[in-house]
Design a protein around this ligand. Structure first.
Ligand code: ATP
Ligand code: MG
Length: 267
């Protein structure tokens, strides 16, 4: 089903549109095949969360904005899925927080890196790090080509936003002493567990909310931002995200069936 063929009244129209967007970007060489599976894993958790940005996610978004705004060298690490689903907001967030944008892929390929760079530039990015030979530094905590980073970007950053990252790399970045902000729908994933600040939300909702929050917090003084950061506990926040899922499931479990077939002519 093409994006244009999805009936607007379909109860899962938004989710189908997002899937279709990923398929289109897979065909264009931006999303990796494994990225399609990764999205499916995320979607399952979105179902459990009720497909909305929770208050709990908003707290993590505030802390994330404060971390990016107080950093000297903030970096937004971009993979295929993130570029396909949030290119415009990645560029906006980079502008508001003065962050650099770096392409950092699990499955590295020159073609994919260039395709992602072009997509980001079309969305307004002025500079895109990490492409080709620019990713000349190596993170020793991880093996293979996945260890490559840009010496002008992730290598020297203290805060890295990694929307949809893999657990090994999140762990490596934290071991390097960096503050890692993750966007991950699954509060149980290693990424969510290892990150300094985990936003348990869908990237398509979290990124615009992060841009808006960063714009607001930019008006505040540094002390206020630092107090937001020190008041935030990722351990507590992740626990709350798990509790939300658990409470929602137990409420639905009391009902057993909670969706009924719509009758023609009736609401
Ligand atoms: P980890 O390596 O962190 O333990 P994993 O191996 O279970 O995680 P990966 O396939 O490495 O999963 O990473 C994909 C992650 O991205 C998943 O945790 C999934 O929940 C998350 N994800 C996928 N799509 C989205 C999305 N649109 N918004 C937010 N999170 C997403
Ligand atoms: Mg993984």
């Amino acid at each position: 089903m093409k994006e244009t063929e999805i009936p607007p009244e379909h109860p899962r129209a938004e989710s189908l549109r997002i899937r279709e967007k990923l398929v289109e970007h897979y065909k264009a060489g931006i999303v990796a095949k494994a990225g399609l599976f990764a999205h499916g894993r995320g979607e399952a958790f979105d179902y459990l969360l009720g497909e909305k940005t929770t208050k709990n996610a908003l707290k993590a978004i505030e802390a994330a904005a404060a971390a990016l705004l107080t950093a000297k060298h903030p970096v937004i690490s971009v993979n295929g899925n993130a570029a396909a689903l949030a290119a415009k907001d990645i560029v906006k967030l980079a502008e508001v927080t003065r962050a650099k944008i770096e392409v950092n892929l699990f499955y590295r390929s020159a073609e994919r890196e260039i395709a992602i760079k072009k997509l980001l530039e079309a969305a307004g990015a002025k500079q895109v790090l990490g492409v080709g030979k620019a990713a000349s530094a190596k993170i020793f905590e991880i093996g293979s080509e996945r260890r490559r980073v840009d010496p002008a970007g992730i290598l020297v950053s203290e805060v890295v936003l990694v929307p949809l990252e893999d657990g090994d790399r999140t762990e490596a970045l934290v071991k390097m002493g960096k503050k890692v902000v993750a966007i991950d729908l699954n509060p149980l994933s290693r990424t969510a567990q290892f990150a300094t600040i985990t936003i348990v939300d869908n990237i398509v909702r979290a990124m615009p909310a992060l841009v808006e929050t960063a714009e607001k917090l930019k008006q505040e003084d540094r002390r206020k931002l630092e107090s937001i950061l020190s008041d935030f506990s990722n351990k507590k926040n992740l626990g709350e995200a798990m509790n939300l899922i658990s409470q929602r499931l137990s409420e639905l479990a009391d009902k057993g069936t909670f969706i009924s077939i719509a009758q023609k002519g009736k609401e």
